[in-house]
Design a protein around this ligand. Structure first.
Ligand SMILES: Nc1ncnc2c1ncn2[C@@H]1O[C@H](COP(=O)(O)OP(=O)(O)OP(=O)(O)O)[C@@H](O)[C@H]1O
Length: 336
């Protein structure tokens, strides 16, 4: 089980004439992913989902808040002591081309982490070869035909499977799949998603999907949780099917409006419009972060920040003063 409480991360961006602009990438995010569970972080580009994934995998530090892995708060440990805990969480990046060293065969790629593991656990060299073949089989690759090849001799889908196999060499508890299929040929994407689902079922490994694509998050199954992130804040959170079928936050509604199957029967133009692009939000830090784009905002929304929580009659958590079932359309609108 991995939990996060009040995770805050601010980046200072260089190059600004005024000496650096601050970007609030995460504004106090809570999450909880059970052993063998599934979760998806969705939101537009820049909302902070990759930063959160990297913090969870121990690849990025945070400014405030606490991450606990299997009940152990990471703040109680020195950086070196954290490593074995974070090793349980392996990140699968979107680009399987740059994730693999082009000068190493697949055997060499898998050998290094397995040799380390063999040393730590007193296992033999024969075990390394056996385990290399095993992890390749687990990801649906034929060890005999893949081990001697170099990454450029494999398709994008096969490379991503090798990346997943490499992650499995350390027996992880969770895989963090960051847009893991976005750079793979469309025809091969479903295979990779099916593989992640299968690994979850067969090995009990938890899967965290980071995506801007609602369809991907839907793939994790009805026991998964969906976190909808907007400008560093979780604005809606609940069982994936509940949030997709009945979103109550206007931001989630606008994200979902891009799925024709859910809104195919509605007449475009009769619905309130949510601008697709961010408006100038640099001054909009009081009140609801989404207020400037929200067709349903009231005075309260402009002055008070809604926090994630539950209200009567709404099964999922949300950060909205006016949670309601409604449909909207998302459309590019010029900022004025
Ligand atoms: N190392 C960094 N230095 C400065 N700013 C950063 C850094 N990493 C991320 N940011 C900023 O933090 C914000 C959140 O970025 P993040 O990559 O987490 O978003 P995202 O939702 O994953 O977007 P995308 O889908 O495009 O990857 C963005 O405004 C981004 O520019």
């Amino acid at each position: 089980m991995i939990t996060g409480t009040g995770i805050v991360k601010t980046f200072k961006q260089r190059g600004d004439v005024l000496g650096g602009r601050e970007v609030k990438a995460l504004r106090g995010v809570d999450f909880s992913i059970p052993k063998g569970g599934a979760a998806s972080f969705i939101g537009e580009s820049g909302c902070g989902k990759t930063t959160l994934g990297r913090i969870i995998a121990g690849l990025e530090t945070h400014d405030e808040g606490e991450i606990a892995i299997d009940g152990v708060p990471m703040s109680s440990l020195r950086p070196k002591q954290r490593q074995p805990h974070f090793r349980k969480i392996q990140m699968i990046h979107q680009d399987p081309y740059s994730a693999l060293n082009p000068t190493r065969t697949i055997h060499q790629t898998l050998y290094a982490p397995l040799a380390l593991r063999a040393r730590q656990t007193g296992r033999s060299k024969a075990w390394i070869d056996e385990r290399a073949a095993e992890v390749l089989s687990l990801v649906g690759l034929d060890p005999g035909s893949v081990l001697a090849r170099y990454p450029h001799q494999l398709s994008g889908g096969m490379r991503q499977r090798v990346v997943i196999a490499r992650a499995l060499t350390v027996d992880p508890e969770m895989l963090v799949a960051d847009e893991a299929v976005s750079m793979i040929d469309v025809s091969l994407r479903l295979g990779i998603l099916a593989l992640l689902k299968d690994l979850r079922e067969r090995l009990g490994v938890a899967v965290l999907f980071i995506t801007h694509d609602v369809a991907t998050s839907r793939y994790i199954g009805d026991d998964g949780e969906l976190y909808v992130i907007y400008r560093g804040q979780v604005v809606e959170r609940g069982p994936v099917d509940t949030v997709i079928a009945d979103p109550v936050h206007p931001y989630t509604q606008s994200l979902l409006s891009a799925i024709p199957v859910l809104h195919g029967l509605e007449e475009p133009g009769e619905q309130p419009v949510v601008p697709l692009e961010s408006l100038d939000e640099s001054k909009a830090d009081t009140g609801c972060l989404f207020a400037r784009r929200c067709p349903f905002r009231t005075d309260r929304c402009e002055s008070e920040l809604p926090v994630l929580g539950r209200t009567d009659g709404v099964p999922q958590e949300h950060a909205c003063f006016h949670p309601e079932r409604r449909s909207v359309i998302a459309r590019p609108v010029s900022a004025s």
